[in-house]
Write a new protein. Sequence first.
Length: 219
Amino acid sequence: MQSCSNCHIKIRGHKDVCPLCGGMISGEPEDSAFPVIAARKYTSRQVIKIAVFVFLVLETAMVTIRYLAGTQAAWATAVFLWAPLGLAGVFITMAYRHSVLKLISAEVYIAMILNILIDRSTGSYGWSVSYVIPSMFLALAISTFIVAKGLKLVPGEYLMYLISAEAFSFFQIIFILSGWNRHKSPAVISMALMLIFLFAELIFLSQDFRNTTAKTLHL
């Protein structure tokens, strides 16, 4: 270890002069006291700028292709409508990249909304509320549970995400009652399974369930 005969201090790491008085130091240098962290190649802002630029280029290209090729390039319209999903995914990933469960939930809900908007804008065939939304709710609940177990989280750290998915899944009743969902079976099965998941949490994780809901509702 290096030392300064003037200040009478020990100096960790490798210094050319004393950091206090600037005088000469003696002794053998050693490894740095703090790890050297490599500089980031890309910041969050740079990633977002690149994503926005790519999105605008893609949208411009799809509009141009659709205009020039007409109905022969119907796929360009689909790409144009789906592109916002990719951009939203980038924004969500950057915002919630340190919270996996929050990231998964946010991206799934955004995907649900975009599927509904695309369905409505392309003729309201109802495929989004009949098949996509029911399957996405189930996938969200199952993936949340698997990821939570993989990360070894305690119930209090992931129950709120499950409860939210279960509660939001019952909004599918609105699509059924309004007549938009003409193929009700997937939605009914989805809600029934989510209700079973809720029962399991109430019975087997009753204390954690009460703590989570009380904390969320500020009871």
